[in-house]
Design a protein around this ligand. Structure first.
Ligand code: PMP
Length: 495
């Protein structure tokens, strides 16, 4: 279908893609890329199904608020569905899940209520049901809701069967979070393709399913305590601290043939190798599922057909260990490429060629005059870039100080004529000796960049400087400098 009536119709029918480099010779290893769903994860399927079932049953009425406890993907899927259908959404999430997930949810219009990491998955769940009971919200209950499994029987499993019509599928490999994918797909495969072996991966440091130890449960079936074998692990979205009802159903229904332990480090490595060697960009549990699928593939004969689930996109993990080795600055190798031709070289203070050299740059007369005029006319001037986070940090500080300032945004439309923005840069380099932006001037004197400005604020020198020049500001403002700097330069709190 080329045209859709709304975004929800694009959920599902994700592609099965053959791995050409990572799979052992002769083994047909296919990955089912759930990142093709509109919000980039397998949970879009469940989100739509749960909401539509609740609408049909009458449990969810127009205008009601939807609530769910989720590590992110379910929430992101629900946020899309609720946005499209017009329901307010509240998501409870433990504070230790990645920041991108919170931001994505809020971008889609949802409210995110954080719970303490120490309370683990059960804390998120308990908070969600507490809020649902108190305020009459519709609680999705993804861990027990049969609709979460049914949608996978109806869609995911059918898609796999259709893609293997007339062919034998030997293995289907998955992980398990709520167990919706596991229960729903395994049930249908067991009845329609009994030769297919079902393999479930779990973190090697939290062998909850492999232990065979039963999950402690309350009378209503909900988990009453963390599973004794649970340990925190890297695979966000897998194995919460309890065995969910849906996962338990799949195991007690004898739909699971094998449980495979997977190491966090291998999961990350395989997620990176999927990107670099196959061009497939996925999250950590995708690498983890692939680790299990490769264990199966290595001991399989040529011609074996394996399907491995890849639950979500990698974009959700920029602040997690998945991207820990990926730097923002240019590497030595990249600098060498840059310097291998004369033009358009970006220089930062770390660029070896520039550090220490203080030759005057050639400047444009009009740009020089413009800078001089600004510095004469305005008592506080920041030479800035509209989209630079360090400039934002300075803006936040000045705003909090109620300090009037002029921002000369060198990348703005106003500076595009005649490339004035570009021409001002060498003028600034000559004055300050620094190639970086922002550069802040007070009463014509150069203070430096955002770090120098913040250091002056902290030492009290900035306040004295402003007072010396009779520049008005609010000296009593209560300012948390840390909160103003970009988050990725702030000291990290361990989870
Ligand atoms: N991987 C990720 C990244 C997830 O967010 C989830 C869902 N929590 C899963 C895997 C597992 O899917 P399911 O809930 O269907 O077991």
């Amino acid at each position: 279908m080329a045209r859709y009536n709304n975004i929800l119709e694009t959920i599902g029918n994700t592609p099965l893609v053959r791995l050409n480099k990572l799979a052992p010779e002769g083994v047909n290893l296919y990955v089912k890329i759930e990142a093709f769903n509109p919000m980039g994860s397998v949970k879009d399927r469940m989100a739509r199904a749960v909401i539509e079932q609740a609408e049909q049953s009458g449990e969810l009425k127009p205008g009601m608020t939807v609530i769910e406890a989720t590590s992110g993907n379910t929430g992101i899927g629900l946020a899309m569905v609720c946005a499209q259908k017009g329901y307010p959404l509240v998501v409870t999430m433990a504070e230790n899940f990645s920041v991108e997930r919170r931001k994505l949810l809020r971008f889609l219009g949802a409210k995110v209520v954080l719970t303490p990491a120490a309370e683990k998955g059960t804390g998120m769940l308990n908070k969600a049901s507490e809020l649902a009971q108190t305020h009459g919200y519709y609680l999705c209950r993804q861990f027990e809701n049969e609709v979460n499994a049914d949608v996978h029987s109806r869609t995911t499993a059918r898609e796999i069967l259709a893609d293997f019509a007339g062919e034998r599928l030997d293995y289907w490999v998955t992980g398990s979070g709520t167990g919706g994918t596991l229960k729903g797909v395994s049930r249908t495969l067991k009845s329609e393709s009994p030769v297919t072996k079902i393999v479930v991966a779990e973190p090697d440091n939290a062998p909850v399913l492999a232990s065979g130890i039963a999950q402690p449960r309350a009378e209503d079936g909900s988990p009453s305590a963390s599973h004794p074998n649970f340990r925190p692990h890297l695979m966000q979205g897998w194995s919460p601290d309890f065995i969910s009802k849906l996962t338990e159903d799949a195991i007690s229904g004898e739909h699971v043939d094998e449980i495979v332990p997977v190491a966090g480090s291998e999961s990350i490595e395989l997620s990176q190798r999927l990107a670099r060697e196959e061009g497939i960009f996925c999250g950590i549990t995708s690498g983890a599922t692939l680790a299990a699928a490769l264990q199966v593939a290595r001991r399989s004969d040529a011609g074996t057909n394996i399907v491995c689930m890849l639950p979500d996109t990698g974009e959700r993990y920029l602040s997690t260990p998945l991207f820990a080795d990926i730097k923002e600055e240019m590497s030595q190798e990249e600098i060498a490429i840059s310097q291998s031709t004369p033009g358009y070289q970006f220089v930062s203070l770390d660029t070896p060629q520039v550090a220490g050299s203080r030759e005057l740059a050639e400047v444009d007369g009009a740009a020089q005059a413009h800078v001089e005029k600004l510095l004469q006319q305005q008592s506080v001037v920041m030479f800035a870039l509209e989209w630079c986070e360090f400039c934002w940090a300075v803006r936040k500080l000045f705003q909090a100080m109620q300090l009037d300032y002029h921002s000369a945004d060198l990348d703005s439309v106003a500076y595009q004529d005649n490339d004035m923005g570009g021409k001002v840069r060498p003028v600034l380099l000559n004055i300050t000796g620094q190639p970086t932006i922002p550069q802040i001037f007070i009463a014509g004197e150069c203070v430096g960049g955002s770090s120098e400005l913040f250091a002056e604020y902290e030492s009290g020198a900035l306040i004295k400087r402003l007072q010396r020049h009779g520049i008005a500001f609010n000296a009593d403002a209560n300012i948390d400098l840390n909160a103003m700097m970009p988050q990725w330069v702030q000291p990290r709190q361990s989870a």
